[in-house]
Design a protein around this ligand. Structure first.
Ligand code: MRU
Length: 372
């Protein structure tokens, strides 16, 4: 998508140095647009763990490029390539536990490299695989948008051209993917078709991905939007100021239960109570076909309590952190929650929209032959 009128992806190979992967360092947004160079496995691990890159699809792609960088390092240090792949996969997988795309991307690299005979061949193959996964993510997100657009068009027709109001949580925009985003792809496509839309952007405490990232994306593209405190969503829904809720996901189970940024569950409850459609958009790479249900099985990342006790903002030309809570009040920071399938109107994937159930998902992905 566009940054100051120029098209960017969130991750790419340095145009003049194929040994360097470039990313948008999201810690600085919306105040500064910073591009970071990654040339080692450890830098990639840090970039995922400390959320320079974030969002389920993007951390998968970053991990895939991390394997490529690890193999380049192994060649220059004359290390064993097979051991390098295993320890790099281990390090990368430990960075963030909830998004399944990370494990999926590493598995794709493992499979792609299994039959290579030399380190040179592995380097070439790992780069090709990471590039392929990145391009595939772009295509999947674009298709998710095609399906979401139909729903926006239906609401727009019903409202006879009055603005369609969509509420979003966290950032499942292009910054969380490679391009387009999941929940935002249909919004961009509707806007480009001149359908009147307006987005309520949840701030998404504690890290404020909505207020800082989704709002920045929309302002760059000219999408009408308003940032609201997380607690405002229920009130807006009760007053029918929301037509649709769109969120993304970090892991979806066979049963259609969805892990997503903390606070998603509360929005789903409010949407159900106000009879407002609640849709979850994600590429099929976010489905964990090995998991039967979400509440007990999905690992929930617990992050530093400091993300709750402090808040960051832009002061005098730089980002500063200030304390919000009394120094001896402890804080607790679960980063995700699970929304049960029963609260979800539909799952939007690159293959179409399914009811949130095992049957619904299997209709879209019949090749997944699951035994009970
Ligand atoms: O902790 P983050 O910022 O990496 O989490 C990402 C999310 O939870 C998003 O809500 C998103 O919906 C999933 S990624 C498309």
């Amino acid at each position: 998508m566009k940054v100051n009128g120029k098209h960017y992806r969130t991750i790419w190979v340095h145009p003049e140095n194929p040994g360097v992967i470039q990313i948008i360092d999201q810690r600085h947004l919306p105040h500064q647009f910073v591009i970071e160079d990654l040339s080692t496995l450890d830098q990639t691990v840090t970039s995922i763990k400390d959320m320079h890159v974030r969002g389920a699809p993007l951390i998968g792609i970053a991990a895939a490029y991390g394997i490529y960088l690890a193999l380049l390092e192994a060649k220059s240090k004359q290390q064993d390539s097979k051991k390098t792949i295993e320890s790099a996969c281990q390090k990368l997988k430990e960075t963030r536990p909830t998004a399944v795309n990370l494990a999926w991307a590493l598995e794709c690299q493992r499979n792609a490299l299994a039959h290579c005979h030399s380190i040179e061949e592995m380097i070439g193959k790992s780069l090709e695989t990471a590039r392929h996964l990145a391009n595939q993510d772009v295509e999947m997100c674009k298709q998710i948008g095609v399906h979401s657009l139909k729903m926006i068009e239906e609401v727009s027709a019903r409202k006879k051209g009055l603005s369609v109001n969509i509420l979003t949580h966290c950032n499942a925009g292009w910054l969380a993917c490679v391009d387009w985003g999941t929940k935002t792809s249909g919004i961009y496509q509707a806007f480009d078709k001149k359908i009147p839309i307006h987005v309520w952007v949840d701030e998404t405490r504690p890290r404020n991905q909505g207020a800082s990232l989704t709002a920045w994306e929309f302002s760059q593209h000219g999408i009408p939007h308003t940032v609201v405190a997380d607690n405002a969503g229920g009130h807006l829904m009760q007053r029918k100021m929301v037509d649709l809720v769109f969120v993304g996901s970090d892991r979806v189970t066979q049963a259609g239960d969805v892990a997503n940024k903390i606070g998603t569950y509360l929005k789903a409850l409010a949407a159900k109570a106000s009879d407002i459609p609640f849709y979850v958009a994600f590429p099929s790479t976010t489905i964990d076909w090995t998991m039967k249900e979400g509440l007990r099985e999905i690992p929930i990342e617990e992050r530093s309590p400091d993300e709750v006790s402090y808040i960051e903002g832009f002061v005098d030309g730089s980002i500063k952190k200030v304390r919000l809570t009394p120094p001896n009040s402890p804080a607790f920071n679960p980063a995700f929650d699970v929304t049960p399938a029963s609260l979800i109107t539909g799952l939007i994937t690159e293959r179409g929209i399914a009811p949130a159930s095992k049957e619904g998902l299997l209709k879209l992905f019949p090749e997944k032959n699951l035994d009970d």
